[in-house]
Design a protein around this ligand. Structure first.
Ligand SMILES: *Cc1c(COP(=O)(O)O)cnc(C)c1O
Length: 430
């Protein structure tokens, strides 16, 4: 089934991108465990390589199982095209690759997944790219950070490690005025809670490792393009708006219109960077995505209950969940993520670093892991793990100071989660 905009989210999460297999009638999307695809004849092969005909050549570029997943995520986000890749971090590089060049920069939120802060502040420098980190609540600072070499703005709709909701529309207005794309990492919200393209985002990136797969089985990523950005409006994006030397001089914007970004990502990005998702991985994520809305409703319901319980507990200093009325971001929830503020948040334990470590070690149902968005409840002490490579100032700015732990609330029986936290807090603060 190709995208049918009038269908409901719950229908799309099961059917989008999936047709009965033309050869066998198989109802589920088969795992096309193949590297290559037989050309009908030499003319067909040439047409595929010229992008005159769409079809399968080699699984580093496209594979039917992976394409079904890309189409499904694209439909759920309301995009024009999407490309899957090997991880969320791969998706971030894939999103930036057609836009950037040596000497170019991005303006990024200070409130990001710790691994993304490291990728942007250190590793992308090897490509001659750089990032300027700005508080996205300070709109003047965001505007001031944009210069002639800025090629994108990057933020998370619901930021990891939690509690922050980005005013996507306000930042989109700034990127529109500057003529540069807005990239939103929608991993922690998922398209069920937040649809960034409707708030003006150009590109949406995902770590499908998290809620989209939902059960902690595979790593993967996806870039969705809204198809709405005019790459030809300036000379800032020559890979898309001018003859691309890496693809025999094809002008992607001219030849492919709203699919320019997606085709460039496949024909040049996946071809040369090789960050490909494998069909087994796509299969697991397709299975997970079928129940996304059901899981997200329960994740949110449980998160609200646990956050309220923690907030009322004297052993807890504060809770950062944006779904609590006490949160400064509570007012943004109804606009940005009307079905809820997600299931990821932090809380500060009285007793600081030592109590946090003891708490983490005392929990029995919560698992201490560097992951989120699993059916099971997870906990991590960010300052000693995911945000360890950051300076104390960066940790504070990211909401990952030494006295806080991050919870990813699962879909278990909520009373059991609260009881587990209760007994572990008793040990941690004894
Ligand atoms: C996990 C995560 C990533 C990175 O994704 P991987 O699949 O682990 O590479 C990026 N952004 C956010 C918000 C994440 O939670």
């Amino acid at each position: 089934m190709t995208d049918t905009p009038q269908l409901g989210f719950d229908t799309k999460q099961i059917h989008a991108g999936a047709n009965p297999d033309p050869a066998t009638g198989a109802r589920q999307v088969p795992i096309y465990q193949t590297t290559a695809y037989v050309f009908r004849d030499a003319e067909h092969a040439a047409a595929l390589f010229n992008l005159q005909e769409v079809g399968y050549i080699y699984s580093r570029l496209t594979n039917p199982t992976v394409s079904a997943l890309a189409e499904r995520i694209c439909a759920l986000e309301g995009g024009a095209g999407a490309v899957c890749c090997s991880s969320g971090h791969a998706a971030q590089i894939m999103a930036l690759f057609p836009l950037m060049g040596p000497g170019k920069n991005i303006v990024a939120s200070t409130r990001l997944y710790g691994g993304t802060i490291t990728q942007f502040s250190q590793t992308i420098k090897r490509f001659g790219w750089s990032a300027k980190f700005v508080d996205f609540d300070d709109l003047d600072a965001v505007k001031a950070a944009i210069d002639d070499d800025t090629r994108a703005i990057f933020g998370e709709a619901i930021a990891n490690p939690g509690g922050y909701i980005m005013d996507v529309r306000a930042i989109a207005d700034i990127s529109d005025a500057a003529g540069i794309p807005l990239i939103i990492d929608n991993t922690t919200a998922t398209p069920y809670l937040c649809r960034p393209i409707e708030h003006g985002a150009t590109l949406v990136v995902h770590s499908t490792t998290k809620y989209l797969t939902g059960n902690g089985t595979v790593t993967g990523g996806c870039v969705v393009d809204s198809g709405k950005f005019d790459w030809t409006a300036s000379d800032k994006f020559p890979s898309l708006s001018a003859p691309e030397p890496a693809y025999h001089g094809l002008n992607f914007a001219e030849a492919l219109g709203p699919m320019a970004f997606t085709f460039h990502s496949i024909a040049v990005g996946l071809r040369d960077l090789g960050m490909t998702m494998n069909p087994q991985g796509a299969h697991y994520t397709l299975m997970g995505i079928e129940t996304l809305s059901l899981r997200m409703d329960r994740h949110v319901e449980n998160a609200v209950a646990v956050a309220k319980w923690l907030e009322a507990d004297p052993r807890v200093d504060y809770v950062t969940y944006a779904g609590l009325e006490s949160s400064p971001y509570f007012g943004r929830v109804k606009d940005v993520c009307p079905k809820g503020a997600g299931a990821l948040f932090t809380f500060a334990v009285k007793g600081g670093y030592d109590s946090c470590v003891k708490l983490v070690d005392s929990l029995e149902i919560f698992s201490h892991v560097a992951n989120l968005g699993d059916t099971r409840s997870l906990i991590i002490h960010s300052a000693s793990t995911t945000h360890r490579q950051l300076s104390p100032e960066q940790q504070e700015a990211a909401g990952a100071g030494p006295n806080v732990v991050r919870l990813s609330i699962g879909i278990e029986t909520v009373a059991d989660l609260i009881a587990d936290l209760d007994q572990a807090l008793a040990k941690a603060t004894a």
